[in-house]
Design a binder for this molecule. Sequence first.
Ligand code: NAP
Length: 292
Amino acid sequence: MLPFLTMKSIPHILASAPVIEAKKQKLIEQCLKLKEKKIIPSLKVILVGDNPASLIYTRNKKKFCEEIGAECEIIKLPASLSEKDFISEVKKIADNKLVHGCFVQLPLPTQLSHIDVGQLIPAEKDVDGFHAQNLYELMKGASTKSFLPPCTPKGIMTLLKFYEIPISGKNIVIVGRSMIVGKPLMLLLTQRDATVTLCHSKTKNLTEITKKADIVVTAIGRANFFTKEYFSPGQIVIDVGINKDKHDKLCGDVDFENVSPMVAHITPVPGGVGPLTILTLVRNLLQASNKI
Ligand code: NAP
């Protein structure tokens, strides 16, 4: 592993708050410019059922939209909704010319969970970045200014850029291969010339692999799973997980208390990757509003 010799000024804790503070004013100005052109950026969030975590996530997204001057409506639908009614509701919302961006808050109730929501919303309004066209642009390595990138992976790229963490030529291990985090992040990092290893539940000798990385990204959804054994001194750790520990306290996938002192830099949970996901969502909304 190469030591990061040039990173003395980077804080140990890679918090999202300074990133958001630095980017927020620009979003406010972009929103004002759109309003001068009589475009009021409008986001519709489709929320099915009353999953407590989803209620919090959607409220946070609405709050941030409103803080920068955009409109956001959370459309609550009953948990018992049929597939036919769900598809027709989403299409009705997505077809509305006054709506610039929309997304379905996941997870969906069991009877709807097989639906590929990314294909229900047209690519140009797909602020989550799940539509096949947006994923194709991501695969091609197009500039993220020319399509709507997936929010969490793009948020992680924003964090790395803000803290001036070098990516090119680095050995980056991602644990978790989901469509919303691991796979798209692998593409964004590869596009920036990192050498990426994508791990999952069937990966053998995971500790040996993570220990050798320059940067480790954890996205598996298991509270405090990554203990000290998975890391080496000098590494950078990006913890995507949002979990509840046995005391019902919010925590990441990484055992922060024990891992933090031994690595060079680490994102906290909460206050790490989560708010950057929202930042990208709102950026995507403004990008979509500009194009419609
Ligand atoms: P997911 O779809 O459930 O995928 C989990 C991935 O982790 C799978 O690829 C799985 O492997 C892998 N995995 C599970 N247990 C493992 C183990 N013991 N060792 C190695 N790999 C393992 O999860 P997700 O939607 O990507 O979310 C992951 C976490 O990130 C969750 O805590 C979620 O809440 C959080 N999240 C946070 C944000 C944010 O904004 N901060 C955004 C999205 C998600 P297999 O493929 O082999 O099953």
